[in-house]
Design a protein around this ligand. Structure first.
Ligand code: AMP
Length: 286
C-alpha cells in the first residue's frame, strides 16, 4: 500500500493510474477503523481497479471541541487493517495540508433545509464542515466512485446534494450498515462506551426493528414518540427519533408517505457521554 501525506504527490500518483485507464474508488474516513469501514474498501475493490482510502479527522465538522479532542486515533492498527484489506493507496494529510487557507474561512454550500434538520439541528455547522472536506478530498483524488456508509444517512444525502450542486463527475455508492452480532451499528465511537453502556446500546437496534415491524400499522408520529419514551426509560438521552420521507433529496415528515418514496427511521441518542446515531430504511432505497 502506498502512503501519501501530500496532496500533490497523491495527485501525481493517481494521474499515472488514470492514464493507464484504471478506475479509482475512494473511501474517505476519520480512522479508528472497524469492519464497517473495511466493508466500504471491499465494495470499492469489487467495483474499481484502484482503491484510495483517506484518514483525516476533520476539525471543521466537529461542532463540539471535546468530541474532536476525544476522537480515537489508532493509525498504526489502521494501516495494518487497510493493507490486509488490499487497499492500494492511503492518503494521510495534516490539517495544514488540507486547510492551507486556515480553518475559519470557507465556501458556503446551499444544502437547503437538509442541513438544518435532524443532525443539523443538533450539530450546527457540521454539514458545512463535511461538505468542505469532502469537496477538497474529491478535488484531490478525483475518483470515479465514492463509497460511503448508510450508517451516516443524512451525510449521504448531503454528499449527493454536494455532487449535484457542483456537478462533480463522481458516482456515490451507498453501502449497508455493518453491525455487531447484537445489532449495534459499528462506530469508531463505540470504544468510548463502558461495558454496561455497551450492553445497553443494543436497545437502539431493538427500537429500530420494533419501528420497522410496526411501520404502516401505527401512525409514524406515534411510533417516533413511543421510541423516544422507550429510549429514555432505558437510560438514554435521545435527541431525536424521526420517521422521514425523502422528497427531491430533502427530508419531510409524513404520516402516510406514498409507496414510491424512500422512508427511513433515523435516530440520535446519548449514552454515557457518547453520542450514537443509527437508522433503518423502511421503504425504498437511498
Ligand atoms: P467515519 O470514519 O466515521 O467518518 O466513517 C467513514 C465512512 O465509513 C463513512 O462513509 C461512514 O458512513 C462509513 N461507516 C461508518 N460506520 C459504518 C458501518 N457501521 N457500516 C458501514 N459503513 C460505515
Amino acid at each position: 500500500m502506498y502512503l501519501f501525506k501530500r496532496r500533490n504527490d497523491l495527485r501525481h500518483h493517481l494521474e499515472q493510474a488514470k492514464l493507464k485507464g484504471q478506475t479509482i474508488g475512494f473511501v474517505p474516513t476519520m480512522g479508528a477503523l472497524h469492519d464497517g469501514h473495511l466493508s466500504l474498501v471491499a465494495a470499492a475493490k469489487e467495483k474499481c481497479d484502484i482503491v484510495v482510502c483517506s484518514i483525516f479527522v476533520n476539525p471543521t465538522q466537529f461542532n463540539d471541541p471535546k468530541d474532536f479532542e476525544k476522537y480515537p486515533i489508532t493509525i498504526e492498527q489502521d494501516i495494518v487493517k487497510l493493507t490486509d484489506a488490499g487497499t492500494d493507496v492511503l492518503f494521510l494529510p495534516s490539517v495544514a495540508e488540507m486547510y492551507p487557507e486556515g480553518l475559519a474561512s470557507g465556501k458556503h454550500y446551499d444544502f437547503g433545509n437538509l442541513e438544518k434538520v435532524l443532525e443539523g439541528e443538533f450539530r450546527a455547522g457540521h454539514f458545512q464542515g463535511v461538505g468542505r472536506v469532502v469537496h477538497k478530498l474529491l478535488d484531490i483524488v478525483m475518483p470515479h466512485q465514492l463509497f460511503m456508509g448508510q450508517k451516516d444517512f443524512q451525510q449521504c444525502l448531503i454528499i449527493k446534494e454536494l455532487i449535484h450542486l457542483l456537478a462533480l463527475p463522481v458516482q456515490l455508492v451507498v453501502c449497508p450498515t455493518r453491525r455487531e452480532a447484537d445489532g449495534l451499528a459499528m462506530s469508531s465511537r463505540n470504544v468510548r462506551l463502558n461495558a454496561a453502556h455497551r450492553q445497553q446500546a443494543t436497545d437502539i437496534f431493538k427500537v429500530l426493528t420494533a419501528i420497522r415491524d410496526q411501520f404502516g400499522k401505527v401512525p409514524n408520529s406515534t411510533l417516533s414518540k413511543e421510541a423516544m419514551t422507550q429510549l429514555k426509560k432505558d437510560g438514554f438521552e435521545p435527541e431525536y427519533v424521526e420517521i422521514i420521507t425523502l422528497r427531491n433529496g430533502q427530508v419531510t415528515r409524513e404520516d402516510a408517505p406514498s409507496a414510491d418514496k424512500t422512508v427511513a427511521v433515523v435516530l440520535a441518542a446519548w449514552l454515557g457521554g457518547v453520542r450514537l446515531i443509527d437508522n433503518m430504511i423502511l421503504q425504498g432505497q437511498l
